[in-house]
Design a protein around this ligand. Sequence first.
Ligand SMILES: NC(=O)c1ccc[n+]([C@@H]2O[C@H](COP(=O)([O-])OP(=O)(O)OC[C@H]3O[C@@H](n4cnc5c(N)ncnc54)[C@H](OP(=O)(O)O)[C@@H]3O)[C@@H](O)[C@H]2O)c1
Length: 256
Amino acid sequence: MHILITGATSGIGYRVAEALLERGHFVYLTTHTEKESQNLREKFKEEKAISIFKLDITNPKDYEKASTLSIDVLICHASLGVGGSLIDLDVTKIKENYDVNVFGNLSFIQKMIPILLARKGRLIVTSSIASIIPIPFLGSYTSTKASLSMLMKVLRMELKLLEKPISVSLIEPGIYNTGFNDVMLDEIAFYSKQHKKKLTKFQRLEKQIFKMMGKDSYKSIVKKFIKAVEASHPRKVYRAPFTSRIFTKIYLLLFG
Ligand SMILES: NC(=O)c1ccc[n+]([C@@H]2O[C@H](COP(=O)([O-])OP(=O)(O)OC[C@H]3O[C@@H](n4cnc5c(N)ncnc54)[C@H](OP(=O)(O)O)[C@@H]3O)[C@@H](O)[C@H]2O)c1
């Protein structure tokens, strides 16, 4: 299959791209910046089944190249994490978060729907298990993922109403140690001054929980992407790792 993935410079997306190549697919690996593309082109210079280019999902000019390709599977994986207390996190930062995770993804998907329709393709969108749980200091990020998941659920139903054969699968990862969460958790520097002491204590606890729960190996989630790409009847939602799924259930009972 011909598969385009966004936000695949590093972390989970990069591993998914590698796994897809190993399984004989042609991969359009896209990156946030041109520099990241250049580095990866060098790395993959011997590989024939790959095309690497910059695709900033907030920049409609970058959609042009993608919209000329014949793609069977679109994996919308790019994302921005913004950390901070909702007590006083600058709303401009929250808007930036929505611009990438919600509006960027949706407008790129809209541009690509005609191609997916023509190829009877499938759409895979990376959300997060955090989209269903309220986590202090991650309200901006988790609410973007909740919105994205809901938009995709509605899109799936609308495509069915049109009897259009595009499947829509959500991938909802738990905690993986890619560095993505660390950036968000370290960003929590927007506390209300009067609550600083209490919040800092809680932030430390949160960082410990993320460290304890985080997986160094991405195999479990890469497997879910492969299933979403290759299964004859892909599922609506895939979640991994198992530990995060159990933790989420307990967390929801306590705080949901
Ligand atoms: N790691 C986890 O525990 C976890 C848990 C749940 C969900 N997820 C989701 O899994 C996905 C991958 O995360 P990851 O942990 O592997 O971290 P990551 O490697 O940092 O992945 C995020 C990618 O998105 C790119 N990106 C950001 N803004 C973009 C834009 N406007 N256009 C195109 N690309 C953009 C980033 O590029 P730059 O770095 O150059 O900005 C980066 O390559 C994300 O959707 C994330 O929300 C991760």
